[in-house]
Ligand binder design. Structure first.
Ligand code: ATP
Ligand code: MG
Ligand code: MG
Ligand code: MG
Length: 558
């Protein structure tokens, strides 16, 4: 490609709309442009990188035997009503009516549609296992689109769905996808970690997320260096605001609750250092509409207190075991066996969980707290850490924490969709059975942003070779060198993606642009070329420069 024939509208200044580095650099490198909140155009350079990522994903999925299809973005409400998700999915699901007043939505995910495909045409165990996938646009009406294409409303996802005859089959499909994901992210040149995760709106029992390690990640990962345990402590929903709205529904209300224990008393009671108690006396429950309130101190006193607080609203007691399951805490953390926790359930707090906080201050609680608006992300993280505990649930060694960007997520769904949608096949034993399903997502456009978060310096992007929109750039500093530059360009273009900077610009401008757009290898015909016909080769990542003869070039690139 010749720069003069291409379209790379680079920017000199940092755009004010961008908070994180990948967003800034994608804009500055002329790769993306915003059309509306969370909705972006991919310009030619960005599009090339996106296609490279897509192809890495496609190549490994195909190798795993998955079959590529394309499903519609627009989906009829009827399907979503069959699984109950028409009502259960929050506002991220963009719903609308067509001219005939029929309800539709823009697909945020495609479990219903793919299950519809399979239930119509797959009849027998002989046709299983089957893995279908697509690389396509998704729409999620994120409450807080941000960081450019990292958290967009319209974005590109690879989503795959496996159909097996039994649970062993699902285990094999899941394992196959896990390994395929490891290859994909390795091939993209990313540093990542696979972690245990909560299953969220998609549902199912087991899931793993693939996290790109980066300071700007919205998730916090707990991991154990000793035994390899790693899990997401789920900060994202709080930030994205879907589960925990960022705008308070009701103002915080101070309520007098006689007999509340001080942090020290609670710490003594729980057998924990007081430093842990002050910020972390709340256990949040995400199950349905239930809200858990951890009783501080004497539960009997508190029971009375909470009844007063929530007078007239339904609630029930949950035992330690149940609460631990709900909050995902490790055994022993909740406290002594008989510590009771009250779960205020159902209709009273329909919608978003608001809950009671307090006990840092004697005698007071606050009503109407909610995670998104009441707490800063770091405090939420502290709460999550405390919920999990500081020790590895597997080997009891101290946990470490790091931030990550979720680029992939795999789930074991079982019969969550096949049962309500009556997607059945005839098994070996002559019985009709529901398909055992798994689903597997990759944020293709998010990978582009995550790559830049991990690979940049003060001059711009540093693309890994595998996904660089162009791998080699050729810059010549004198018109006299043009002919030879063209020759080198034609030669290298046979094997690589090469861009020739044929603009009539000052060298400084060309060098700045090349660094900004992050081409891994830059070949410069400059002073040394004039003197002794040597090419200057600059390696973007290290800044290293080498001087070589044209004849050595082919070998050098290899
Ligand atoms: P997040 O926790 O970041 O909101 P998610 O858990 O809702 O993501 P999944 O339903 O697991 O997302 O979707 C699969 C993949 O799609 C994610 O792992 C992520 O890489 C990507 N993805 C999800 N939401 C977005 C978004 N708003 N913008 C870009 N990519 C996204
Ligand atoms: Mg997530
Ligand atoms: Mg989400
Ligand atoms: Mg996810």
């Amino acid at each position: 490609m010749r720069w003069s024939k291409f379209f790379i509208p680079t920017l000199r200044e940092d755009p004010s709309e961008a908070e994180v580095i990948s967003h800034k650099l994608l804009l500055r490198a002329g790769m993306i442009r915003k059309l509306a909140s969370g909705i972006y155009n991919f310009l030619p350079l960005g599009f090339r990188a996106l296609k490279k990522i897509e192809n890495i994903v496609r190549c490994e999925m195909n190798k795993a035997g998955a079959l590529e299809i394309l499903m519609p973005l627009v989906q009829p409400a009827e399907l979503w009503k069959e699984t109950g998700r028409w009502d259960a999915y929050g506002k991220e699901l963009l719903r609308f009516k067509d001219r005939k007043e029929h309800d539709f939505c823009l697909g945020p995910t495609h479990e219903e549609v793919v299950t519809e495909i399979v239930r119509r045409d797959v009849k027998s165990y002989k046709e299983l296992p089957l893995i279908l996938y697509q690389i396509a646009v998704k729409f999620r009406d994120e409450i807080r689109p941000r960081f450019g294409i990292m958290r967009a409303r319209e974005f590109i996802m690879k989503d795959a769905y496996s159909f097996d005859a039994d649970w062993d089959g699902l285990e094999r499909s899941y394992q196959l996808m896990y390994e395929t994901y490891e290859k994909i992210f390795t091939n993209c040149g990313l540093k990542f970690k696979a972690v245990e995760a909560h299953t969220g709106a998609i549902g199912g029992d087991v899931s793993h997320e693939f996290m790109v390690l980066a300071e700007t990640g919205e998730d916090i990962i707990a991991f154990c260096e000793k035994c390899g345990y790693a899990s997401n402590i789920e900060l994202t929903p709080a930030i994205s605001g879907e589960k925990y709205p960022l705008e308070p529904e009701k103002p915080l209300e101070k309520v007098y609750t006689p007999g509340v224990r001080t942090a020290q008393e609670v710490a003594d009671f729980l057998g924990l250092p007081v430093s842990k108690i002050t910020k972390t006396l709340i256990y949040i429950v995400e199950e349905k509409n239930a809200v858990a309130v951890c009783l501080r101190g004497d539960h009997e006193v508190n029971e009375v207190k909470l009844e007063k607080l929530f007078s007239g609203k339904p609630f029930r007691m949950a035992n330690e075991e149940e609460v631990r399951k709900i909050v995902g805490a490790s055994p022993g953390f909740i406290g002594p066996k008989d510590l009771k926790i009250k779960v205020i359930a159902d209709k009273a707090l329909e919608g978003y969980p608001n809950f009671v906080i307090g006990a840092n201050e004697d005698e007071y609680h606050y009503l109407n707290a909610n995670l998104g608006s009441t707490f800063k992300p770091d405090i939420i993280a502290d709460i999550r850490k405390a919920t999990l505990g500081d020790l590895c649930p597997k080997c009891k060694e101290p946990l470490s924490f790091t931030r990550g960007i979720e680029v992939g997520h795999i789930f074991k769904l079982g019969t969550k969709y096949s049962e309500p949608m009556k997607a059945m096949f005839l098994d070996k034993d002559g019985k009709m059975k529901p398909f055992i399903m798994g689903c597997y997502g990759i944020g293709v456009s998010r990978i582009l942003a995550a790559t830049i978060e991990q690979n940049h310096d003060e001059d711009g992007i540093i693309f890994p070779w595998q996904i660089a929109p162009f791998q080699i750039a050729i810059v010549y500093l004198k018109e006299d060198f043009k002919e030879n530059a063209e020759k080198i360009y034609k030669n290298l273009s046979q094997n690589w993606d090469v861009i020739l900077d044929d603009r009539e610009e000052r060298p400084g401008v060309k060098f700045k642009d090349m660094d900004l757009i992050g081409i891994p290898l830059q070949i410069i015909l400059g002073k040394n070329y004039e003197k002794n016909k040597e090419l200057e080769v600059k390696i973007r990542k290290t800044g290293e420069r080498k001087y070589i003869k044209i004849e050595e070039l082919e070998n050098f690139v290899r």
